[in-house]
Design a protein around this ligand. Sequence first.
Ligand code: SF4
Length: 346
Amino acid sequence: MRWENLTSDSEHGRADAALFGADAVTTRTFDTPEFRGITFHEIRARSIINRVPAVSRMSFQWTVNPYRGCSHACVYCFARKTHSYLDLDTGLGFDSQIVVKTNAPELLRRQLGSRRWQGEHIAMGTNVDCYQRAEGRYRLMPGIIAALRDHANPFSILTKGTLILRDLELIEQAAQVTDVGISVSVGFTDQELWRTVEPGTPAPERRLDVVRTLAEHGIGCGVLMAPVIPFLSDSPAQLRATVRAIAACGATSVTPLVLHLRPGAREWFMAWLGQHHPYLVARYERFYAEGSYAPKWYQRRITRQVHELAEEYGIGPTRAGMPRRIRPAEPAEEPPVTGPTQLTLL
Ligand code: SF4
């Protein structure tokens, strides 16, 4: 693979730095078990605050993404497609070829201080997970949150990573001076399904522990119940078990989102389906025959079921004792009954 010998000194390095929107690319691998098989492409990015395309239906306009690719390796991840823009593989390559914007904190601090920046909301974790395993080594998020805190710039984080608790103190500090929204993604609690379809992520109950810990610190945290996977995590019993667990950890909201399969994710997911649940392949081909989204009637049914369960279990704002400015993240997490979105199924 062409990336294996990539360094900042090589001809390829210069060409590919341009592809990355960076001045240089350095490639590293680490031998520790945690990072075995993963290659990091360290870059010094030229810009870090990204505008969300106008066609998007997002409720935010700006994002910060310190990483590209995600070792959480969710089979259905729709950010897979974005790896092809870097001439990287969207399957295993997305899981194991991680681009790290090593200058993200200092660059963000500089851009936040620019006279042109208007202090608008910045969403994180909307493309790939900013608390994926690489963050344990590169520690970019503390500098990013500190910069946002120091500029009192509102932000939100959506994650599957338990590592976010490392930065709890910084998040609390930021919430004293600006609006901060936190959401954790837990689509289901089925252990067997989790092991095969989200193989690099912390277990669902560990993610719910994050919600619980945040709540214990007075930080309201919503749960994005995503994805609900047709015929694999959508039985009434499974939906009930998931919503009950979300309620038990003190989540302030639950927002269901049915699996969508865009190009890039679709091929990878269907290959996985053929391997693990071959009897479902034909059914999925019919279900997603019209495009990336499940039929609207199905999305509405799941939404209704989850909302009814949420009401039954009393999920809702529990603001008592919550720091004044902390609230659940509000990315555009409505079920995509129409049109595409930019939000990954974190
Ligand atoms: S869905 Fe989120 S956590 Fe999973 S691989 Fe994609 S970016 Fe990472």
